[in-house]
Design a protein around this ligand. Structure first.
Ligand code: AMP
Length: 212
């Protein structure tokens, strides 16, 4: 089955994607991570991509669909996976459905915008293992030392700045209601309240998956 994590930036999709995929043995695929990695390359597409990511806008359906298709080609298309950040538009959802069929569960992460903003502004990532922290809600146990790998090097994501965040939220809100309606019509949508603690959110997600 393919599980889609659908929610605004900062709603916890990435953190939960990493945790839940390990717990249930699914592959975790984040299109945001995929694009950020690609944008570090030194070619024309990468330069264009960097500009789009920096503006907070979505990359075109055409480009992201192509990137995802190529990525999935190397995997078993019917393998169990969590898609984090894809699809983001109805066209992407239809493209995915043509690619993998309808064994899909979309989990919508619901959250207030105030909490979201703190979550994003406070977010930092371990350079070594990619673990995600937050200076307000989820700091490292020992100051500036990664809980998982012991690294002392961290970075902030360049697209987590306030002005870019506002654009990202605007982009998300523009498309999301149509996407939610699409999954609802197909009886593929469940919701979790993602303003609670990470542990509670994980438990709720596991429950939703078990009962689907
Ligand atoms: P995320 O880490 O999921 O918030 O994604 C970061 C950025 O990558 C977004 O603001 C978009 O510019 C781009 N992106 C990621 N996934 C998609 C997608 N499915 N469609 C279009 N753009 C995407």
């Amino acid at each position: 089955m393919v599980i889609i994590f659908l929610g605004p930036p900062g709603s916890g999709k990435g953190t939960q994607g990493k945790l839940v995929s390990k717990l249930i043995g699914y592959k975790h695929i984040s299109t945001g991570d995929m694009l950020r990695e690609y944008a570090e390359k030194d070619d024309d597409i990468a330069r264009k991509l960097k500009e789009t990511l920096g503006s907070g806008k979505l990359v075109s359906d055409e480009l992201i669909n192509e990137i995802l298709k190529n990525y999935l080609k190397d995997l078993d298309l019917f393998s169990n996976m969590i898609l984090d950040g894809y699809p983001r538009t109805v066209d992407q959802a239809k493209f995915l459905s043509n690619l993998i069929g309808d064994k899909v569960l979309a989990i919508h992460f619901k959250i207030d915008e105030d909490i979201l903003i703190k979550r994003i502004e406070g977010r930092f990532v371990c350079l070594e293992c990619g673990a995600i922290y937050n200076e307000y809600f989820n700091n490292t146990k020992i100051e500036s030392v990664c809980d998982f790998c012991g690294s002392t090097e961290f970075k902030k994501r360049s697209d987590d700045r306030r002005e870019i965040l506002e654009k990202r939220l605007e982009e998300y809100n523009k498309e999301t209601s149509r996407l939610i309606a699409y999954f609802q019509e197909n009886n593929q949508l469940k919701e979790v309240d993602s303003s609670s603690s990470s542990e509670v959110i994980t438990d709720n997600i596991l429950l939703v998956i078990k009962n689907y």
